[in-house]
Design a protein around this ligand. Structure first.
Ligand SMILES: Nc1ncnc2c1ncn2[C@@H]1O[C@H](COP(=O)(O)OP(=O)(O)O)[C@@H](O)[C@H]1O
Ligand SMILES: [Mg+2]
Length: 254
């Protein structure tokens, strides 16, 4: 569904991704870990065609998109739902306008049809349909983030979902609610997903396929058990705070 082969990417002369290879199977979710600046968001940009690699090949849904022109991308991009880092909503628009944004802006669908899609999306997200006329400010951070996922889903009826740090800054309960959304989209809509996150414990509930990126290089690609056993120094450094917190549980009587 998504395949990177020997992908290199640089902003100007600054290399960001080096010889990146990975594969996401149809209906599969993978999690990408990596410290800030390692190139995670750049991978999502390349998958959604917002940036082009300088070398290597990128396959999406069976098509080689490496040299695809804008008209080819305009067919593929609507199948890709992107939840941006921070998941910002337009604060002067209602929840309904936020979720329907792409449909309102980029399609000729009649209002009644857009409203029906927005209502259906709210139900799918386990959010009340009464929120449709509310402003984002009146929602908790966790609900706003769910609406941001709704905006991606309503717009595209996606084959692929890309989540850039969807739970950063949220409380534990909201984090669980977002994780449930990601799993529901995977199971009900059968999407392939890439989740970029720092929340290691929660990531284990999403998939058993993990990639660790360090300085633009994939230093790990494998399952959770191998991840925890990995002797790679950058993998161990990334996991250290998590491993220490798990070790501390018995001392806390848990
Ligand atoms: N638009 C840009 N122009 C130049 N450099 C950028 C741009 N966006 C990101 N970078 C640089 O590319 C590197 C990878 O960024 P990014 O993919 O956002 O990392 P991550 O999401 O892992 O934090 C960083 O060094 C960052 O400073
Ligand atoms: Mg990022």
């Amino acid at each position: 569904m998504i395949r990177f082969e020997h992908v290199n990417f640089a902003y100007g002369s600054a290399p960001v991704l080096r010889d990146v290879n990975f594969h996401v199977a149809p209906g599969e979710t993978i999690v990408i870990f990596g410290v800030s600046g390692s190139g995670k968001s750049t991978i999502l940009k390349l998958v959604s065609g917002l940036a082009k690699p300088q070398a290597g090949r990128i396959w999406i849904n069976g098509d080689d998109m490496t040299d695809a022109n804008e008209s080819t991308w305009s067919v593929v991009r609507p199948k890709i739902g992107l939840v941006f880092q921070g998941g910002a909503l337009f604060d002067s628009m209602t929840i309904g306008e936020n979720i329907g944004f792409t449909l309102l802006e980029h399609t000729d669908k009649p209002m009644a049809e857009i409203e029906a899609t927005v209502r259906q999306t709210l139900r799918f997200l386990n959010l009340s349909e009464d929120l449709i006329d509310e402003l984002p400010d009146s929602l908790s951070g966790g609900m706003q983030r769910r609406v941001a996922i709704g905006r991606a889903v309503a717009a595209v009826d996606p084959l692929i979902m890309l989540y850039d740090e969807p739970t950063t800054g949220l409380d534990p309960i909201s984090t669980v609610a977002i994780a449930e959304m990601i799993v529901k989209l995977r199971d009900v809509k059968k999407v392939s997903s890439i989740v970029v996150t720092h929340q290691i414990a929660d990531a284990f509930g999403l998939t058993d396929h993990f990639i660790v990126l360090h300085d633009g290089v994939i230093v790990f690609d494998g399952d959770g058990a191998s991840l925890l056993r990995s002797g790679h120094p950058h993998v161990r450094a990334f996991l250290a705070p998590f491993v220490e917190s798990v070790r501390a549980l018995p001392a806390m009587g848990i």
